[in-house]
Design a protein around this ligand. Structure first.
Ligand code: TYD
Length: 214
């Protein structure tokens, strides 16, 4: 896996559905920009690439894509995301905040039955290691309640709960395996409290990597 040895800083947010990572990722980018840092929000799957669009369409299809096809599409989308967004932004010295990255593939496609170590290895061939992965850790039952209250259409809670449990177990396994890379934050706290922690982590990292000349 290539090292993120670019002038910028690369952060990703991870977590089960309903953990609040999109809210936190977008908020921290806003906050960083207000404070004078050059931060950009990106997301996976991308909204613009062909594999990203196929994946997003597939989320609403009555039948799910076979897991191998899904995995390949996420990988193709990731390669394009890195090439067209992340790497140019990092080369321009920006703080790139990505909403989901390869740990999502390991956790989600792993939960669907694909060997998680294989997923990790395949990603390690194409992906840059981020400087930090922030894992928003939330009890599955709380996530299910949040998802159900946010959606107008019905959620199959039993099915969802079972799959999110598997996803979360893999995330926890990854957090154990990569304690320096993955920081777990308690996502059941208030949005503002989590946000303060997130902001502190990123600013500390930026300062420690002596990317500041101001
Ligand atoms: P996302 O747009 O982040 O949805 P949400 O904000 O509700 O979490 O992600 C959409 C779905 O894509 C999410 O359920 C997780 C899944 N996903 C994978 O299964 N594998 C991956 O590699 C990625 C990046 C996402």
């Amino acid at each position: 896996m290539s090292d993120a040895s670019y002038p910028g800083l690369f952060i990703c947010f991870e977590g089960i559905d309903g953990s609040g990572k999109t809210t936190q990722a977008q908020l921290v980018v806003e906050r960083l920009c207000t404070l004078g840092y050059d931060a950009v929000y990106t997301t996976e799957p991308t909204k613009w690439s062909e594999p990203g669009k196929k994946l997003r369409e597939s989320f609403f299809a009555p039948i799910r894509l076979p897991v191998d096809d899904e995995f390949r599409l996420f990988l193709e989308d990731r390669i394009l995301h890195l090439k067209s967004e992340v790497i140019p932004l990092l080369n321009a010295g920006k703080i790139v905040v990505t909403d989901r990255y390869y740990f999502s593939s390991v956790a989600y496609q792993g939960a669907r039955g694909l060997d998680w170590q294989y997923i990790l290895e395949e990603n390690e061939k194409i992906a840059i290691v981020p400087h930090l992965a922030i894992f928003l850790d939330l009890p599955v039952s709380v996530a299910i309640d949040r998802i159900a209250s946010e959606r107008t259409e019905g959620v199959n809670t039993f099915e969802k709960e079972e799959s999110l449990r598997k996803v979360k177990d893999i995330y926890l396994l990854l957090a154990d395996k990569f304690p320096k890379l993955i920081t777990k934050l308690d996502a059941s706290k208030e949005i503002s409290e989590i946000q303060q922690n997130v902001l502190r982590l990123i600013i500390q990292l930026w300062q420690n990597s002596s990317k500041v000349d101001n």
